[in-house]
Write a protein that binds this ligand. Sequence first.
Ligand code: TXA
Ligand code: MG
Length: 336
Amino acid sequence: MNTLCGTDTNVAASLLSQGELVAIPTETVYGLAANALNEEAVLEIFKTKERPIFNPLIVHVFDWDEAKKYVLDVPLEANVLAEHFWPGPLTLLLPKNNLIPDLVTAGSELVALRAPNHALTRLLLKQIDFPLAAPSANPSGEVSPTTAAHVLEGLNGKISYILSGGPCEVGLESTIVGWNNNGMPVIYRLGGISVEDIENVLGIKVEVSPSISDRPDTPGQLKSHYATQTPLYLGDITDLLAVHQGKQIAVIRFSDSSSLNGVAFQYVLSEHNSTEEAAKHLFETMRRADASGADVILCEPMPNVGLGPAINDRLKRAQFINKTTLPDTTQKGNVQ
Ligand code: TXA
Ligand code: MG
């Protein structure tokens, strides 16, 4: 299959209507989209990404009115959050009605819904009369794509069209909010909207329980490499440099650009001390460090504010899988 890249939403709409897959830009990461109401098309997503079918997909809609077509009940806070953050990097886990195929939710009674905030994809969603199931547009287990070129790196020849919408503005996957048995909102995945912002809008403290991993299988079943091919270690840079002496080293830091002795490649995620800026550059920088030819990537944790915790969450997952000698059975997953 020949993979074309373009900006024509008519082409994307027509392919999607025929049950084909199209990569779409969003403000978080690029998605690999199919008609969410067409089970055969949805199955193609799992095949193309080599994603286990027990890992459910987020359903993308134009707005909150459209989302409500697919759910049974709506907690009060869901209205408030959607009104405040949509379109935007927030996914809501709500009880689904039977318009949404079980394949999409992997048998769960909850569907993950999100209205992405990207002009081209919003135009596309206006043109079609079905919602889009879309995981991140990378082969399972690899770094999420934040440009059309990243999508091409992973999926060239496997899909016919990439709707090209420039680099993603947020650069981290959406924050996922659901409700626990007591009806209280819970943040199940840290992402593009900070915990503080959600708490400010709801006016309450919100439990953070990142139980949603992108690979809800056991560590033993994970591919040997996730994220970067080059082993990535997260920690204090001085300590890590002492451990990895003599190797070809790439270092990723938050905002400190002072040059380090004996380090071949240095990257800074934010020149302006901003966790938003760091989030935007994270996946691109991980790819660049990976392609640098270094033996190891050493990365410092981000400050624990704003999008810092969400970035650290992704870095911890990246680190875990590369340390195959240190299996941690309490750690469930990986960014897909
Ligand atoms: O920003 C994003 O969320 C991006 C863009 C493309 O929208 N999408 C994304 O999708 O990150 P994906 O598939 O890479 O991650 C979605 C996560 C997975 O961990 C999946 O297990 C979880 O959401 N998820 C989806 N539907 C769910 C459901 N019904 N119940 C529980 N978890 C769900
Ligand atoms: Mg993913």
